[in-house]
Ligand binder design. Structure first.
Ligand SMILES: Cc1cc2nc3c(=O)[nH]c(=O)nc-3n(C[C@H](O)[C@H](O)[C@H](O)COP(=O)(O)OP(=O)(O)OC[C@H]3O[C@@H](n4cnc5c(N)ncnc54)[C@H](O)[C@@H]3O)c2cc1C
Length: 396
């Protein structure tokens, strides 16, 4: 069996490793658009920006390990097209890779705002090259503006403050990390950022950049100006599906898949990681996650299916973020309108755990420096615990 995995990062690497562990023989090719050997992204917005680690600490797969696995690496060679009828992937460098099974692991690419070519000094943070550029810029002691107060934006803001720099975060939502945490817990984390000295301009969006040869400032929608020498835009990412245009696959918001991560309407194409939108049996609908842990778990599920054990992917979503001097962890999903009940500690404390839920069901467990407390409730989450309005989960 010839397997071609497109996307040489976390999901792709974990897939080829799992395929070999499960005894897959035959040719395995891992195709990556970046020139670097596969590396891990979470440290890029954390220890890497602080200069605590360098690129040698983020390796996911060395050339020697690839050789041992008998995986052929095609790096710096973006896939540009898929010939489904001819069962082959076309590469930008002219290569053509025939496959029996194709696995899409191309992740996501960052969005930017405002939607036009920004001046130098405006960065996104997704790749190792991006992280090197931001880290080097931080070393010059700039005034920093972060556009987007999601997880990555919040981590960048913390790193810059830890380096002693002036930092302003701009986000149209009422608080930080609203999508991941909801407004109540978002506010708790926003207060931690403020107490670190991060300036928050929430409820505001960026209308324009100021500066032509270099960025000088952001102009906000209320007419106010945020002076900045370095801008990091963290406003989310879009699934990297450009290479699948014309393939006939469903690629609206990632590659549409069934519950086993097999692309809808195919028997030889799968998707894993940030690019996969699959039918979640847990939530009873389509889901696409941009979480490190699910990328690895999906890789194992797909490897099992491809090697003959059809496996439904149904893990509990989990994401962590290191910021304001601690680790934030979310099990499950905080849904819009969720009530929040603190089960240990509380807002303003150095550690807390909270549960969120509504409409009769516990939805998420959120912990800050409080993993043991979270683990008790994670178990209840897995058991499908009931939510009682105003009280949360009632334990017998
Ligand atoms: C800065 C940062 C910090 C993060 N921190 C956390 C964290 O703390 N906790 C957490 O849970 N998650 C975190 N994440 C998310 C996590 O890193 C992702 O969920 C994970 O990287 C997904 O892996 P992936 O392999 O699906 O996609 P990606 O890591 O995006 O890899 C996809 C790869 O495919 C390549 N590719 C794209 N198009 C093509 C093509 N046409 N041909 C060939 N190759 C292609 C890309 O270049 C890329 O190397 C973070 C992400 C970033 C960017």
């Amino acid at each position: 069996m010839d397997v071609v995995v497109v996307g040489a990062s976390l999901a792709g690497v974990r897939t080829v490793q799992a395929l070999r562990r499960k005894g897959l023989e035959g040719r395995v090719t891992l195709v990556g658009s970046e020139p670097h050997l596969p590396y891990d992204r979470p440290p890029l917005s954390k220890a890497f920006l602080l200069g605590e680690i360098d690129d040698s600490s983020v390796a996911l797969l060395t050339a020697e390990q690839a050789k041992e696995l008998e995986v052929e690496l095609r790096l710096g060679a973006p896939a540009t097209r898929v010939d489904r009828a001819g069962r082959a992937v076309q590469l930008e460098d002219g290569g053509r890779l025939p496959f029996d099974v194709l696995i899409a692991a191309t992740g996501a690419t960052p969005r930017t705002v405002p939607d036009r070519h920004p001046p130098p000094g405006v960065h996104t943070l997704r790749t190792l090259d991006d992280a090197v550029a931001v880290r080097d810029a931080l070393a010059g002691g700039p005034r920093v503006a972060v556009v987007g107060g999601g997880f990555i934006g919040a981590e960048v803001a913390c790193a810059a403050r830890t380096l002693g720099l002036d930092v302003t975060v701009v986000d149209p939502a009422p608080t930080l990390m609203t999508r991941g945490l909801g407004p109540v817990l978002g506010d708790v984390m926003a207060a931690r950022h403020r107490s670190m000295g991060v300036s928050l301009r929430t409820g505001r969006s960026v209308s324009r950049w100021r500066g032509s040869s270099r960025v000088e400032a952001l102009l906000l929608d209320d007419g106010s100006v945020v002076a900045a020498d370095l801008v990091v835009v963290g406003v989310g990412a879009s699934p990297a599906v450009g290479w699948l245009h014309g393939s006939g696959l469903d690629i609206s918001d990632g590659v549409g898949c069934d519950a086993t991560l097999r692309a809808t309407g195919t028997d030889d194409v799968y998707a894993v990681g940030d690019v996969a939108r699959w039918h979640s049996t847990r939530y009873g609908g389509a889901l696409r996650l941009e979480h490190w842990t699910s990328a690895g778990e999906q890789a194992m599920a797909v490897a099992a299916t491809v090697t003959g054990t059809p496996t439904v992917f149904d893990s509990l979503p989990y994401v962590w973020s290191d910021q304001t001097g601690g680790r934030l962890q979310i099990f499950g999903r905080v849904l819009p309108g969720d009530e929040v009940v603190f089960v240990s500690g509380g807002p303003g404390e150095e550690r807390f755990a909270a549960i969120t839920g509504g409409q009769g069901a516990l939805h998420a467990v959120v912990a800050f420096n409080a993993l043991p407390d979270a683990m008790r409730y994670r178990k209840l989450l897995l058991q499908g615990a009931e939510w009682v309005a105003g009280r949360g989960v009632v334990q017998s």
